[in-house]
Design a binder for this molecule. Structure first.
Ligand SMILES: *[C@@H]1O[C@H](CO)[C@@H](O)[C@H](O)[C@H]1NC(C)=O
Ligand SMILES: *[C@@H]1O[C@H](CO)[C@@H](O)[C@H](O)[C@H]1NC(C)=O
Ligand SMILES: *[C@@H]1O[C@H](CO)[C@@H](O)[C@H](O)[C@H]1NC(C)=O
Length: 179
């Protein structure tokens, strides 16, 4: 705990129970900044993502069977063209539900630019029938340490023969900026 006096702490607690005031790590200013980032994910079957487990239960309309675990190390780029400037990778996996929903358990890892070396942890369901899906950001590292937020995913193209796809990503993340 930071060295608040008991009196000061009581006043602060009385004034507000907001996380900002209760945030006692002295390396953080307590100022929240919302960062917006925009880029594209490329899903390339058997190259940058691979099905490592599956059942034989088919899901109508789905490229994957129920219970599939798909490990991803998919590239992120600034523009839709995969040859455009790299941003990083989405690394982890998604699991396939008995519907057109997948559940993400992955990290957005930045390998270039201002956020090189930082990452965002994403977790949650993604109903791929919806034009825009929201997935939670539950944490992060580096510039995004203790981050919270969400991403919005929009499918841009899908190849139903190969399973390859491209999606647009908007990141909205609140960070606690270091002093
Ligand atoms: C992607 O960029 C490369 C290199 O600039 C270019 O040759 C190619 O035509 C582009 N592809 C598309 C689909 O725009
Ligand atoms: C990103 O950071 C790594 C590790 O510090 C460094 O090796 C690499 O050159 C950086 N990449 C860019 C594009 O700045
Ligand atoms: C990916 O690999 C699996 C297993 O070898 C194969 O069944 C599938 O057809 C491959 N998909 C593509 C698009 O190459």
């Amino acid at each position: 705990m930071a060295p608040y006096s008991t009196l000061l702490l009581s006043v602060l607690l009385f004034l507000s129970l907001s996380p900002t005031l209760l945030f006692a790590d002295s390396t953080y200013s307590g100022d929240e900044d919302t960062v917006h980032l925009h880029f594209y994910i490329h899903f390339i079957e058997n190259q940058t993502e691979v099905v490592v487990a599956k059942s034989n239960i088919q899901v109508p309309g789905s490229f994957y069977n129920f219970g599939s675990i798909v490990v991803v190390d998919n590239p992120l780029t600034e523009e839709i063209n995969i040859t455009s400037k790299p941003v990083g990778k989405v690394q982890g996996f998604f699991s396939v539900m008995d519907s057109l929903t997948v559940v993400w358990s992955a990290n957005i890892v930045f390998t270039t630019g201002e956020y090189n070396g930082s990452s965002l942890a994403i977790l949650g369901p993604d109903d791929i029938t919806k034009p825009v899906r929201e997935v939670s950001i539950v944490g992060g590292s580096g510039c995004f340490r203790r981050a919270q937020g969400h991403i919005l995913l929009k499918t841009v193209s899908v190849d139903f023969d190969t399973g390859d796809a491209e999606a647009e990503v908007d990141v909205y993340v609140d960070t606690w900026r270091s002093k």
